[in-house]
Design a binder for this molecule. Sequence first.
Ligand code: BG6
Length: 489
Amino acid sequence: MRMKKLERTILIIFGSTGDLSRRKLLPALFRLEKSGLLPDGFRILAISRRGTTVDDIISIICATVPEASGETVVLESLGKRMSILDMDIGKPQQYGRLSEALSDLEKEAGNAMNHLFYLAIPATLFETVTGRLGEPDINRHEPGMRECRFLIEKPFGFSLDSARQLIDSLGARFDQSQIYRIDHYLAKETAQNILAFRFENPLFCGTWNREHISHIMITAIESIGIEGRAAFYDSMGAMRDLVQSHLLQLLALVTMRQPRTFSDTDIHREKEYILSRVRPPRIERMNDDTVRAQYRGYRNEAGNPASMTETYTAVRLSIDDEAWKDVPIFIRTGKALAQKVTEVTIVFSNPCNPSRNNLLTIRIQPNEGIVIDLRIKKPGFYMAYEDVQLDFCYTGTAIADHPEAYERVLVDGMRGDRTLFASDAEVLSCWKITEPILEAWKNPDFPLHFYDKGSWGPQAADQLVEKSGIPWLTDEHPVCTPPRIVHHD
Ligand code: BG6
C-alpha cells in the first residue's frame, strides 16, 4: 500500500533540547529527512529560552546519531526547515509571539498549513502551556484547512485522579480528534506486528487463548540507569514510567480480541475493552505478586538518600475475561540491568506432555523478530531430542531498515492517523491497574529489594515467577542471534 502524501505542516517543538527531544524526536527528524519523507513545505519551529540556535540543534543530532555528522546535505536541508523562537513557555503573555511566528511561516508558504505541536514538558507547566495553546489565536483549528494537532508525551498524570483532571482539562480546550497521546512502544514495528501475526495466521488465531496458553511474560529491561533524569524519575519510578504505559499497552495488543477492522476506532474499542478487564493482584496477594526493587547506587545518583523509588518492578496480573481466565501474566521492567531487551513470551502448554512447553517469543527490540522454541527428534538411530528455534528475524533482511518508533509517531501526526496513540479510556484503565499496587507500596513495611547494576534484577522477582514453574528468560535464551542447538541424549 502506498503512503498517503504528507500534508504541509509546521512542527512546533516544546522542549526542543530536553531529554526526549534529544534521544528520540530529533534523531527521528534526521532519519525522515534522510529518507526523503518530509514534504517540501515542512517547517520546524523549536521553542527555547536558552538562546539555542539552529546550529545547536544540529549539533545535538550529530551527538546522538552516529552517522549524522557525515550527512552534510541532509543536515543542511533539515537546518533550512528550522527556526527558533526564544520564549518562556511558562509565561502566558509571551504566546503572542508564537502566534505571530506561526502566521509568518504561513505567509512565507503562501497558504494555510497544519500545525503539529509536540509537547514534552514538565507536568508542572502542563496546565499553563495547554491553557494558552487552547486559546483561539493559537488553536486555529479548521478541519480540512488547517488542522492543529497536539502530540502529548507521557506522563499522562501521576495517579488516576490527576489523569482524570488532565483529560478533563484537555477536553475543555481541544476536540478529541486533536489529541495524540504518544506511547512510542505502540509505534515500534514489532509491536504493530503482534496483531498481524495473531490474526493473519490460522495456526495462532485459533490457539491464542487459555485452552492452549498457560502463561504470558512481558519483559522490558534496560541497561541504562536514570541518565541525569533524577528529578523526573525519582518522583515516578518504574511502575509509572513503563508499566502504566508501554507494558500495559503491549499486554493489550497481545490479549485483545480481533478488531472488526484495523481502523483507529475498532482497534481502540478492543484495547479499551481488554484493559478494562486486566486486574492487579488482590490486596492480600500484593506481597506475593508484586516486587519492587532499586539498584544499588541509585540513591546517590538521585541525590535522595532515603529514596524508596523503584527502579525495577515485577508483577503478576490476571485478566477477568473468559479467554484468559487463570492465565497468569507476568510483567517485569527495570533499569541498570544486564541487557536492553523488550520481548513478549507466550508459553503454550502441552496436553501430551505437561512438562514440555513451546515458547513463542516476540522480540520487540533489539534483534527484532518472532521465534518459536521447538523440540524435534535428533537425526540418528535412536530416539533423542534436540531443541531448535523456528525464527523470523528482521536482522539481515531487506526490511531490517524499518522506521523507528518516533518516525512513525511524526508521520502519523502529520497524516492525522490516531491508531497508534493511547486513548483516554486506555490511559484511565492503565491507572486503575497500577494504582492499587502503588497504594499497597505506600505501606512502610512493604519490602524494597536491592539489586546490583548489570545484574538480571532481584531474587524476589525470580521467586515471583518460579512459583508458577516458568523462569524469566535471560541471556541463556538468545533470540534472533545465531541459532544454537541443545542436545538431549
Ligand atoms: C520512556 C521512559 O518512555 O521509554 C524511559 O520514560 C525509557 O525511562 C524509555 O528509558 C525506553 O524507550 P526505548 O524505546 O528506548 O525502549
